[in-house]
Design a protein around this ligand. Structure first.
Ligand SMILES: Nc1ncnc2c1ncn2[C@@H]1O[C@H](COP(=O)(O)OP(=O)(O)O)[C@@H](O)[C@H]1O
Ligand SMILES: Cc1ncc(C[n+]2csc(CCOP(=O)(O)OP(=O)(O)O)c2C)c(N)n1
Ligand SMILES: [Mg+2]
Length: 443
């Protein structure tokens, strides 16, 4: 059966089965918000032939990866996922079964993090394309931004890099890795097809940084001795300080569709954006008029007064790198590769870095199947490992790496120049500048 056989309404009926019935189906999804939390919003598109293909990834894992990529961006901001919307473009002759499998994969990933699909759109297109918008919430004081890094801080990778690239190679090129065992082959392929967003790392970060994770006292001891907090086996992240979502602590988006309906009004009294009194609507983010009357799109919008400034009560911007939060950590995810993440954070923060080649965590098996050069290249530039790359004070970085385990490593240190060097503490290779364009480029 093809999409054209059931039509738009027929397809929507199938897709809405993957969504909580209480929320989906109207012109908007309306969700309760938690007081004192900021909304984190991210969009990522996936295009057939660019991000996945039938050669490498069937619909189930294409769906999984689509969800994981978006949740990974939330994790990178320190945000807890709330919901996603899915805009789907398929051809008239796309098999309905393909779309259903895609949704099964997507919801399998989302359910691990208790995140519902609350809406979306379907259109016809010659190329299958999926755009997901994910919504999360984060306390302002816990927002992990790219622009917060400081000279002297350690650079942490939360897990091995290059595995996804190796998995992609195995799927595209049958000649590659013929001496691998089936177990190793499967684990590399899974790294590509079923990446896990590192939302689990957030609880470890909050535990180490504690309530005293602010810039002023970044080295305060962790809250609890030694142990990771015991989150449930799904690996779902629940920042210990955030209030529970509903009775029982977690929203339950399982297939029964049971979930607490959003009873509280979405906007608290006074929480509405204050448009001017004439009633005319003025988008609150529009840049101020520059001298001469032209809008100056380069100047940072309405940052006067800092976070919560008078002009922009609900939006916090800290300059070219984006949000600045008071927490002693900076980071992003490594969707575009480890090197890209380090470079982006350094640029946003105005620092440099020294990255030590032997410290970069790669899968053990690489030494048997790849030259040292190629292993390094895939680790730095392969992309799609969806780990987090975090800059934080050394003592906290050491605790973090110890507690995450499983390939997490301190790979380098931020410096007060703006150069980003690849160094070699084993003394074999000369220092080199880390390339910005070594990874996947769309154009
Ligand atoms: N079409 C767009 N319009 C406005 N902003 C965009 C667009 N595409 C990307 N951005 C913004 O540019 C920044 C970098 O994007 P990107 O490299 O895609 O981030 P990520 O790797 O986290 O997905 C993000 O803040 C993103 O929201
Ligand atoms: C068929 C196929 N070819 C190539 C790749 C490799 N690839 C595609 S996009 C990408 C980088 C990440 O994608 P992007 O759209 O830049 O994600 P974002 O950083 O915005 O999250 C990589 C390494 C792939 N996953 N599948
Ligand atoms: Mg993106």
């Amino acid at each position: 059966m093809q999409v054209k056989d059931i039509g738009e309404q027929g397809l929507l009926r199938i897709l809405q089965k993957f969504c909580p019935a209480e929320i989906v189906g109207d012109d908007c999804a309306v969700m309760a918000t938690t007081p004192n939390q900021s909304l984190a919003i991210t969009t990522d598109m996936l295009v057939d032939g660019v991000h996945f293909s039938d050669r490498t990834t069937g619909p189930y894992y294409a769906g999984w990866r689509a969800a994981a990529a978006n949740l990974s961006d939330l994790a990178a901001m320190g945000a807890k996922p709330l919901a996603v919307t899915v805009a789907l473009a398929v051809a008239a002759d796309t098999a309905v079964e393909w779309v259903e499998e895609f949704y099964r994969g997507m919801t399998a990933c989302l359910q691990e993090y208790h995140t519902p699909i609350v809406g979306g759109d379907v259109v016809r297109s010659p190329v299958v394309t999926v755009a997901i918008t994910a919504f999360g919430e984060v306390e302002f004081a816990r927002t992990i931004c790219r622009s917060n890094a400081r000279s002297g801080w350690a650079i942490v990778a939360t897990g091995v890099h290059g595995a996804s690239r190796a998995g992609l190679e195995l799927l595209l090129n049958p000649e590659f890795g013929q001496n691998l065992t089936e177990v190793d082959r499967a684990s590399l392929i899974l790294a590509h097809q079923r990446p896990k967003p590192r939302l689990d790392v957030l609880s470890v970060i909050w535990e180490i940084l504690g309530s005293a994770g602010a810039m002023e006292s970044p080295l305060s001891p962790p809250l609890g001795k030694g142990g990771k907090q015991d989150f449930n086996s799904s690996g779902a992240m629940e920042p210990p300080l955030s209030p529970p979502l509903g009775k029982g602590g977690k929203q339950d988006f399982n297939s029964s569709g049971a979930m607490e309906p959003p009873l509280s009004p979405p906007l608290a009294k006074g929480g509405k954006q204050d448009f001017n009194s004439s009633g005319a609507m003025e988008p609150p983010l529009s840049p101020p008029l520059a001298k001469g009357g032209k809008q100056d799109f380069n100047s940072p919008p309405l940052s006067k007064g800092g976070p919560g400034g008078v002009n922009s009560p609900r939006l916090t911007k800290g300059g070219p790198g984006g949000v600045k939060s008071p927490i002693a950590i900076a980071g992003m995810d490594s969707s575009d590769g480890l090197a890209d993440a380090i470079i982006q954070i350094c640029r946003a923060s105005g620092v440099g870095a020294k990255v030590d080649r032997p410290k970069i965590p790669i899968p053990d098996i690489f030494s048997e199947i790849l030259s040292t050069e190629k292993a390094l290249d895939w680790a730095l530039y392969g992309g799609e490992d969806f780990e987090l790359v975090l800059f934080l004070p050394m003592a906290n970085a050491q605790l973090l790496v110890e507690q995450i385990g499983d390939g997490a490593a301190i790979v380098g240190i931020a410096t007060d120049s703006t150069d980003i060097w690849l160094t070699d503490s084993s003394g074999i290779y000369p220092d080199a500048i880390l390339k910005i364009d070594g990874g996947f480029q769309h154009f």
